[in-house]
Write a protein that binds this ligand. Structure first.
Ligand code: GDP
Length: 296
């Protein structure tokens, strides 16, 4: 595991040989390499700094183990800290009983994979013997409504939309009423995205949150967008108090550092990860696997 980082570290940690304890001085070169590796994996600069400070504090004073090479020991500490900070895992959707309607709200920037993820969640819930209703609350782009209807058809799931209505709050409230009529027990709101955060978008999402009281609000974040992912996660979380994150596009070559950054700035669990365009490509998020991927 982590051979490439360990290779790099073996000479950087030369000053560790013969020492009894890890110190800031004897790990300095090695920790610089670890920091570079995190930045290459798309961890944001600010989070990488914070992380390295934490790791240094934890490592300093530890006994140099005879059973391990120094590089293995340092990577082990880094790996454990990555797992701790990206956890704990919480894959629960906090669903109410089947006689109630649970409202899940998805938000995210345009192109992050929100509508696709609404479909993926719908498929997962159907497989779990639930009756989801998908709701097209993205009124900005008529194509988004069509896209959700196509997904609904593929999945054999009902889709609520109202092409005449201009107020997404009204659409969401009407959809929740419709769910009760249809016997649906989970409503998944596909809200509008924008290419960039703007006040109008946030205001709209805040109104849906206040007036429709979703049980859970999930932010979809494109893992390929690195630094931007962090800025948008911060803005969405400030406006909405999100309950979880779904990282998408982790089938690509993103090293996944955005997961650490987003967890750090939001403090909420990363619940699932999207691993492809197909509707079955949604997996529970595992911090240990992501830590391995970040360390490469
Ligand atoms: P939205 O604007 O946030 O609703 O994004 P969409 O759901 O329309 O997705 C934008 C693009 O990303 C589409 O081409 C999707 O097929 C693609 N996409 C979504 N999730 C994933 C994923 O996990 N992996 C890959 N490779 N593509 C994804």
């Amino acid at each position: 595991m982590f051979e490439s980082l360990q290779d790099g570290l073996s000479s950087a940690l030369k000053s560790l040989s013969g020492q009894g304890k890890l110190t800031e001085a004897n790990m300095r070169e090695g920790l610089k390499l670890v920091e570079r590796s995190l930045l290459e994996a798309d961890v944001s600069f600010e989070v990488a700094r914070y992380f390295m400070k934490n790791v240094t504090e934890k490592a300093v004073g530890e006994t140099v183990l005879k059973s391990l090479k120094p590089q293995q020991q340092v990577v082990g500490i880094v790996y454990q800290e990555l797992c701790d900070l990206m956890g704990p895992v919480d894959h629960s959707l906090h669903l109410k009983g089947k006689n109630d309607v649970t409202v899940l709200m998805l938000c995210g920037l345009q192109g992050a994979g929100k509508t696709t993820t609404v479909g993926k969640l719908g498929k997962m819930l159907k497989a779990g013997q639930r009756n989801p209703l998908l709701v097209a609350a993205d009124l900005q782009r008529p194509a988004a409504i069509d896209q959700l209807h196509v997904l609904g058809e593929q999945l054999g799931l009902p889709v609520y939309s109202d092409r005449e209505e201009k107020d997404p709050v009204k659409v969401c409230n009407a959809a929740i009423k419709e769910a009760k009529k249809l016997g649906a027990d989970v409503v998944i709101l596909d809200t509008a995205g924008r290419l960039h955060i703007d006040e109008e978008l946030m205001g709209q999402l805040e109104r849906i949150d206040k007036q429709c009281s979703p049980e859970q609000i999930y932010l979809t974040v494109d893992a390929m967008t690195g630094q931007d992912a962090v800025n948008s996660a911060k803005a969405f979380n400030d406006a909405l108090e999100i309950d979880g994150v779904i990282m998408t596009k982790l089938d690509g070559d993103a090293r996944g550092g955005a997961a650490l950054s987003v967890k750090h700035v939001t403090g909420v669990p990363i619940k699932f990860m999207g691993t492809g365009e197909k509707l079955e490509a949604l997996e529970p998020f595992h911090p240990d696997r992501m830590a391995q991927r970040i360390l490469g």
